[in-house]
Design a binder for this molecule. Structure first.
Ligand code: HEC
Ligand code: HEC
Length: 369
């Protein structure tokens, strides 16, 4: 593991920059203005050390430190951030020495009890942002947060440890939050464990998770600096359907990697089946004839505006299944439950389903019993 250390020359360059900054401070308003202009440009002297040098850490030692910091007034966010800072203070020294780990105190309880981003995740991400360049840091943080959403927490490893200064002894119940948010994670756990937010067990659980997140952050950073980091997290599969219409190639009005269905209920009967598509197709419906609901499969080989509509034999529009949506290439499955656009059941008989996109148009017949 390569230890990134400031050479004496780099150190001299940095100290002279600070010296110039200090001189500007006493040189009057005009000089301060130009210093401000400088900051607005590319050379921000305070960032000269960034990203901070990193040295491989021991994940298990960092875990224990985060657990202890949690119980010693630093809570989840500063606990995780502080554990790595204090370990790097020993492993690297400056510029980590004396870094005020309390900067992350706000992150506790998902942001002073707001239940937004899990504070432990906030702490780990802040440390990564300090030790890794902007471009690669996104992938590392994505991995950390994605891992958290899919992992049974506190991990078995966290439950197996006998902590030196324990606040609760024994295994803690586990849950997979399915979300990086503090609120669903904590509330779901309270439900499963039969505990309250203010019970010591809930705090112990979050202390162990702080340890888990600190250890995972170390693991990711160690791998990154050893050149062996390979991202594994991918967005929840069900998001593909939603993002086909709401993502960059569609309406482009949604930005999240979170599982949509933890907060929203589907408002279309459209499901993405993925796959590589070489031509347009509208397949026969299944089942057909049908009484309750039927599936209509179609494929598009390129991004295009799609309409999928049900007509009666008089040629009147009964139901818009897809109303001029921009959709990505793929195979999709649409459900029709025999209702019209007002949500009322239509009478039995024969109906036509028409798909229109680009130069492609096809109609199939349906029998509602
Ligand atoms: C076939 C295209 C399509 C798909 C698939 C789709 N949406 Fe939408 N969605 C729309 C359109 C069109 C609107 C209305 C205009 C808008 O707000 O973009 C909409 C609106 C919404 C709204 C705003 C509230 C509302 O109901 O008007 C939410 C929330 C939403 N969609 C969530 C989702 C989620 C979650 C999924 C996946 C389970 C999803 N959508 C899948 C096309 C789609
Ligand atoms: C943590 C909860 C949460 C998650 C996860 C989530 N949303 Fe939302 N979303 C909301 C809330 C809250 C609103 C605002 C209230 C509303 O319109 O329902 C919203 C609004 C929207 C809107 C309406 C914006 C508009 O143009 O009117 C769309 C569309 C939407 N979400 C789609 C999605 C999609 C797609 C996903 C998954 C990729 C997703 N959401 C994941 C909570 C969430």
């Amino acid at each position: 593991m390569e230890k990134k250390k400031l050479t004496r020359k780099e150190f001299m360059v940095n100290t002279s920059k600070y010296a110039i900054g200090a001189a500007v401070g006493v040189a009057g308003i005009n000089a301060i203005m130009s210093a401000k202009e400088l900051r607005a440009g590319s050379s921000n002297s305070n960032s000269a050390n960034w990203p901070y040098p990193y040295a491989a850490l021991d994940a298990e030692e960092t875990r224990l430190l985060a657990y202890n910091l949690y119980w010693n007034g630093k809570d989840c966010s500063s606990g995780v951030f502080g554990a790595l800072v204090q370990k790097l203070e020993i492993a690297v020294g400056d510029p980590w020495t004396g870094f005020p780990i309390e900067v992350l105190l706000f992150g506790r309880g998902g942001g002073v009890g707001w239940g937004s981003l899990c504070g432990a995740l906030n702490g780990g991400a802040a440390l990564i942002s300090l030790a890794v360049d902007k471009d690669p840091s996104g992938a590392l943080i994505n991995e950390l947060w994605g891992w958290y959403t899919t992992e049974n927490l506190p991990t078995d490893a966290a439950n197996a440890i006998s902590y030196p200064d324990p606040h609760f002894v024994g295994e803690m119940p586990q849950n997979i939050a399915g979300s990086p948010l503090c609120h669903p994670s904590v509330s779901q756990w309270c439900l499963i464990a039969g505990k309250k937010v203010h019970d010591v067990e809930r705090k112990e659980r979050c202390a162990r998770i702080a340890g888990d997140v600190a250890a995972k952050t170390v693991e990711i950073l160690n791998e990154y600096y050893a050149g062996t980091f390979v991202p594994t997290f991918t967005d929840p599969a069900s998001n593909a359907t939603c993002m086909g219409c709401h993502g960059g190639e569609g309406d482009d009005n949604v930005m999240t990697h979170m599982e949509c269905l933890t907060c929203h209920t589907p408002h279309t009967g459209i499901e993405s089946l993925g796959g590589i598509v070489t031509g347009y197709a509208l397949h026969n419906a299944y089942p057909n004839p049908f009484s309750q609901s039927t599936n209509i499969k179609f494929s598009i080989p390129e991004t295009g505006i799609v309409r999928l509509e049900v007509y009666n034999l008089k040629g009147q529009l009964v139901k818009s299944l897809i109303d001029s949506e921009t959709m990505k290439p793929g195979t999709y499955k649409a459900d029709w439950n025999g209702t019209n656009n007002s949500g009322q059941r239509v009478s039995v008989g024969t109906y036509l389903v028409r798909m229109t996109t680009g130069n492609f148009m096809k109609t199939i017949k349906l029998n509602l019993l």
